[in-house]
Design a protein around this ligand. Structure first.
Ligand code: AR6
Length: 343
């Protein structure tokens, strides 16, 4: 997955480069800076001494010394005042400059902490949004795997409004599918509520199909053939057809899906490829499919959306809101302790 949010100590990341949230002296400090210097050892400080500091919004690179990473990219985030002093532009610049350095040094994997979000006081949800926006823009043009490393769960939050909206949606839609609903109603002598929206939707698909068959005579044979071919098509075939129908290029599609090129090529060349559920859903999001089309695509891969699964309900929440930003969806999945979309 080109962009991943992970919970870890950045000093433990086995990547080509870790990014350090440093200060202008580059001579070490607290927080992630202190942790990186402690883990890397005295060699890192010695190399930092000859760099002559670094301006806010800029980045410099050194070796990784005792760290599992080959390089440390030191960047200096802005000290947050009130958000009206150019903090956002400076923070964006930190990510851009660090990524440019990583690219210059042929790094394939890079791990970032949430720069400025500790001692420098940048609100964490906004700091995360800046990180995701700049990194995902960069990944549209570049092949790299980038990790945003969140140190502790408490330090991480998406906007409270979004969190509570999703929590409410889960509450409203979560059903325990292990319960036999009709029997439960009979046992409790309670009337059955109208069919859950998901079941109603499935039924509609079946009706659509039989209606389609009944109308065979009315349809031009070509149309019918095309429709029947779609029923039989594999996941890979449906994916490629949808990419064409949406007028997207392959690269646009897999990048928007947060899927790397190698995996996409595999799917493209193997008509019977069975993706994982997060991969199939990532493509559905990238193609901005409706809920019905998403279910159709999932079925091709042998999966279904379920209301007994928070992961599925969160995806459904975003599709129903027409929000197909995979990185925002992943932020929310992360906040709810769910696995992320992508490969
Ligand atoms: N791994 C990943 N993330 C971490 C780790 C770790 N080991 N330790 C802390 N974080 P901060 P800043 C998170 O304060 O706000 C230093 O003294 C932490 O939870 O390290 O840019 C420098 O020398 C937070 O979300 O950096 C500067 O003077 C994020 O890393 C100043 O602090 C950044 O917090 C820079 O402040």
């Amino acid at each position: 997955m080109p962009l991943e949010i992970v919970r870890n100590d950045i000093t433990k990341m086995k990547v080509d480069a870790v990014v350090n949230a440093a200060n202008e002296s580059l001579l070490g400090g607290g927080g992630v800076d202190g942790a990186i210097h402690r883990a890397a050892g005295a060699g890192l400080l010695a190399e930092c001494r000859i760099l002559g500091g670094c301006k806010t919004g800029k980045a410099k690179i050194t070796g990784g010394y005792n760290l599992p990473a080959k390089y440390v990219i030191h960047t200096v985030g802005p000290i947050y005042d009130d958000g009206k002093h150019g903090e956002k532009a400076l923070l964006e610049s930190c990510y851009r400059e660090s990524l440019a350095l990583a690219k210059e040094h042929n790094c394939e994997t890079v791990a970032f902490p949430l720069i400025s979000s500790g001692v420098y006081g940048y609100p964490k949800d906004q700091a995360l949004k800046v990180a995701i926006d700049v990194i995902s823009d960069f990944l549209l043009e570049n092949e790299m795997t980038v990790y945003i490393v969140i140190f502790d769960k408490a330090a991480y939050k998406i906007s409270e409004k979004l969190f509570s909206d999703i929590a409410e949606y889960i509450d409203d839609n979560y059903v325990d599918e292990h319960t036999d609903y009709s029997r439960e109603c009979m046992r409790m002598n309670a009337p059955m509520a109208p069919m859950a929206p998901r079941r109603a939707r499935r039924k509609k698909t079946e009706v659509d199909l039989s209606e389609m068959c009944d109308c065979k005579a009315m349809l031009a044979e070509d149309d019918l053939d095309a429709k029947l071919r779609q029923i039989d098509e594999s996941f890979s075939q449906m994916l490629l057809r949808k990419i064409d129908e949406k007028g997207m290029t392959d690269a646009e599609c897999y990048k928007k899906a947060n899927i790397d090129r190698k995996l996409f090529s595999k799917i493209r060349s193997d008509i019977h490829y069975k993706p994982s559920k997060p991969t199939a859903l990532a493509f559905a999001i990238s193609l901005e499919l409706s809920l019905l089309e998403t279910e159709d695509m999932l079925r091709k891969a042998g999966f279904a959306l379920s209301h007994s699964n928070k992961f599925d309900i969160i995806i459904e929440y975003f599709i129903s809101k027409g929000n197909y930003n995979i990185f925002e969806i992943n932020e929310a999945l992360f906040a709810f302790d769910q696995s992320l979309l992508g490969a």
